[in-house]
Write a protein that binds this ligand. Structure first.
Ligand code: FES
Length: 118
């Protein structure tokens, strides 16, 4: 027989796995929000992605992450489409952000000229 604490932990683990599974079926936009990203404008990029996704009524998860390890490329944004490899873009500006949404998120075309080597 498991203790209440063990059962609670098992429940939390199951709920976490379910959340990951549910979110993994949607496209994700992940913005690097470490100090150097924020200094380079990542907060504004994150806000603009959220606004564009809402305005276009896209079923996309916009989220943030910590250090990307690519200080000189900030703001760094990773796009993860379901069943596809992650693609990371660097030095993302408002103009590039619109291209990323229109070409990659909506049409599924990777922007090879903006993509960072990984
Ligand atoms: S400290 Fe710059 S990307 Fe992490």
């Amino acid at each position: 027989m498991k203790s209440l604490a063990e059962l609670t932990e098992l429940k939390e683990q199951a709920e976490k796995k379910l959340r990951v599974r549910k979110s993994s079926g949607k496209p994700q936009i992940i913005v690097g929000m470490d100090d150097c990203g924020i200094d380079a404008g990542a907060r504004e990029i994150l806000k603009k992605f959220l606004a564009e996704v809402n305005q276009r009524d896209l079923d996309v998860i916009v989220t943030q992450t910590e250090c990307s390890g690519q200080c000189d490329q900030e703001p760094v944004v990773t796009v993860q489409l379901p069943e596809e490899s992650k693609v990371t873009y660097g030095n993302v500006t408002a103009e590039k952000l619109e291209q990323i949404i229109e070409e990659h998120i909506v049409n599924g075309n990777i922007l090879e000229d903006l993509k960072l080597d990984q």
